[in-house]
Structure formats: C-alpha cells, structure tokens
Ligand binder design. Sequence first.
Ligand SMILES: [Zn+2]
Length: 315
Amino acid sequence: MKVIDASGRPLDAEYSVEPERDRLALILESSSGRGTGQPRRNGEYGPALELLIERLKQQEAVLVSALVDSRSTLSLPEAARRLIDRPVELSGVVDIPAFCKGLREAQRPIGQKSAATKRGNNVKRIRLVVQVQGYGPQDHDLLATDLATADETSFEEAQQIVDTMIASDPTANSITAYQRCLELVERRALGTGGRQAVATSKPVRLQAARRAVLIRSEGRCENPDCGQRAPDVTDKGLPVLDVDHVHDIAKGGRDHPEQMIALCPNCHAVKTRGKTRHIMYPKLLAAAAKRHNDRLATADHAHASSLRDAGGFRF
Ligand SMILES: [Zn+2]
C-alpha cells in the first residue's frame, strides 16, 4: 500500500498493517538503491514515515514499540532492534519531523558489526506496533486504508473495503462490511466515552463511519424524496455522493452512521443552503435511522439463518 499526500500524489514507499497479538503493526518497507545507479525502491521513505506518524497522531494512537524488522536483523533479540525505549502517545509529540528523524537515526547502528566503519543506513524495514482507539487486530485492513489518505473516503474506497473483506471471507457481503465498520465506530465511541479527540480543535471524523454510509447507499442518494443514482460519476465511473452528518458534527452531531446520510450533490446543496432545509432535516434523520436499522435487521436475520443451517436450530 502507498501513502497519498495532501495533493493526492502517492508517495514512493510501501507499507502494510498486520495484526500483532491484540494490537496492530504498521510495517514500512526499506528503501534501497540510493547512489548505486540502480532504480531506487521506496525512495520516499522519509516523507512517508512522517505522513504515517502524523496520521497516527490524528487518530491519537499510542506507539507501543518500534523495531528494525529487516531480514538480516531478525536473529537479534528484540531489545537490540528497538528504536524507542518506552511507548509514546503520539498526540503529545509536537515536532513530528524531529520525532521521525529520531526513529531513523536510531536505526543506523542496528545490525552493524562492531568493527564496521561505515554508518548503517536509516531507511530500514521497520515495524511500528500501535494501539489505536477502536481498532482491534482484525481491523488491520481498515487502518491501512485509513492511513493511506487524509481525504474523506470515497465510494471507490468503500467498495474496495467490501471487496477485500469478501476476498478474505467468502461469506462476507455489503451488510457484513457495514457491520464491521459500525463495530469499529461503536468501539471507538465506547473507548473515548463519546468525546471527540482532544489533540485538535477540529473534530476527528472517523473514516469507518463514512465508509459504512457509502456501503449502505449502494451508490444512490439516500434522501427518500430523491433516491436517484448519483447524477454524475467520477473519472473512474463511480457515483459522486457526499456523506453528510445530518446534525453538524461541530454542533454536537454524532459521528455515527445512524445520523449520517449519503446525498447526491443536488440534495447536499439543498440541505446546506436551501430554503427547505429545515423540513429536510427530520426526514433525513428518519431515513438514516431506518436504513441503518434495516441493515442491522438483515444482518441479524442472516446470522440466524447461518446458525440454523449450521446447527439445525429451530426458530
Ligand atoms: Zn439526491
């Protein structure tokens, strides 16, 4: 996976997220080829590391441990591969570039023979074990996608998440994908006691909540008076839909799919600026809640029938 910067450009650096016991591990692949005349691999290691740490900070993640993870150092004990000596709450890190520089400089001596005269490199494969509120080890795919971009999630990304889930579990479908996103949203709300992130004055919006709404929309405007297929498509042929908090999140609205709705650009404009917007609010709230509850009911039903199929239960 590649991390995409604020201008929409993917940086040349590969990363992945995988489960690690009850936590998640972000792996940033090494960079190589510098000054050798060979094509460089992962040439934007440094900027990618900064961007990933910045986005983890926005999620108020704790960096539990950071290790060099290259093949040549795996025989070393963990203590000899450590880049930090204690967990770091990233929301407290003011200077991200300086922090990342520290992570990189600490890599140099690791795996070096004691007689080595050359300084070791600072672009090694590293493993960052993180704890992110709401994300369990099973949510590695969701965290990887969330870190890739600062933009709001698109219909395409929401579809990709569904496809990835189906690829790893053939019994998955858009309803189960909706549920998984929802579970993350609810775990997060529980963990934070419902408060918004304190690190920034801007409320942190959960991509999982937006993604759930896009999955639920199936590419149609969720305003019951509209219900149209999105009137236009992106360059990739995907529907143009906006995800809206029916109650503005800045005014206390919840970041929860039950109170969020996918709208076509026309309906979104009416909801924001139209004279009839006040009539629209209660309708949209009711529609969002209904669509949400319908998905849950379908999921319960599917769960019940799978139990029935599996165990001959009688209902
Ligand atoms: Zn519409």
